[in-house]
Design a binder for this molecule. Structure first.
Ligand SMILES: Nc1ccn([C@@H]2O[C@H](COP(=O)(O)OP(=O)(O)OP(=O)(O)O)[C@@H](O)[C@H]2O)c(=O)n1
Ligand SMILES: C[C@](O)(CO)[C@H](O)COP(=O)(O)O
Length: 223
């Protein structure tokens, strides 16, 4: 069975507010996106890697790969207006039955064991996502003010989100709605429930300048 990893990096990175798109920003001297692709290659050398990047950034990416002597084989697809549309574009390159893991290009600290578990469980459950516990108190903002809610009723969602390829392609044939914030929400709207497994806490989404600092610190800890 073919295993694909669809790495989406078609976003604008508005919350990072940097001149360079955040997937190209360095952590420990190496662009975030290279670290993410390396994490998947380290998990499985036979994985088919598809990278979704805005078409206007693809030339710069090729240049960066040359500068960094980065030779991990991957196919390129064009980014779309939303994450949903970027995933749709990447799925067009999924041509055989198998499993597809969709991963944010800006989550470079996903562990090999989480990737492995998601693919292994997806072979059984068809739709698997990694989650972590909420470790702080959570309040709901209401019209009257706010109130504490039961944190144990919630999980924080990560990627890779791994699915049977045919199921994911069918789910992504639905019309887009703004409620589709990840792949699980798309698959659920198609009528299939998702299986939760434990993620890794370091698997942060590099979203703001603060996350880059955390990323640098995580690298220092792992050296
Ligand atoms: N049109 C889009 C929007 C997002 N993504 C990807 O989806 C992942 C999660 O998105 P997020 O980190 O929130 O990225 P941005 O949309 O780029 O961030 P912002 O909302 O700050 O602009 C990222 O790897 C991002 O590149 C994508 O491939 N195509
Ligand atoms: C897919 C995701 O990373 C799961 O946590 C997340 O939903 C993407 O975040 P965004 O800010 O909505 O793009």
């Amino acid at each position: 069975m073919v295993h694909y990893a669809l790495i989406v990096a078609g976003g604008k990175g508005l919350r990072m507010g940097a001149d360079l798109p955040k997937q190209f920003l360095p952590i420990g001297g190496k662009p975030v996106l290279m670290r993410t692709l390396e994490a998947f290659r380290a998990y499985d050398s036979s994985l088919k890697l598809i990278l979704v990047l805005p078409s206007e950034q693809q030339g710069f990416w090729t240049q960066l790969c040359e500068e960094h002597h980065f030779h991990i084989e991957h196919e390129l697809a064009d980014g779309g207006d939303t994450r949903f549309h970027s995933v749709q574009n990447g799925l067009a390159l999924v041509t055989t039955p198998g499993l597809v893991g969709v991963h944010d290009g800006v989550r470079p600290f996903v562990s090999s064991s989480v990737i492995r578990r998601c693919y292994e469980l997806a072979a059984i459950h068809h739709a698997v996502i990694p989650v972590v516990d909420v470790v702080e108190t959570v309040r709901e903002v209401t019209t009257a003010g706010s109130r504490t809610v039961d944190r144990n009723a919630y999980k924080l969602v990560q990627t890779p989100q791994v699915f049977d390829a045919e199921l994911l392609k069918q789910a992504y044939s639905q019309p887009y709605t703004s409620l589709f914030t990840d792949d699980a929400s798309v698959v659920e709207a198609w009528g299939t429930s998702v299986y939760l497994t434990e993620g890794n806490r370091e698997n942060i989404k590099i979203t703001t300048p603060f996350d880059l600092k955390i990323g640098e610190a995580l690298l220092e800890c792992s050296i």
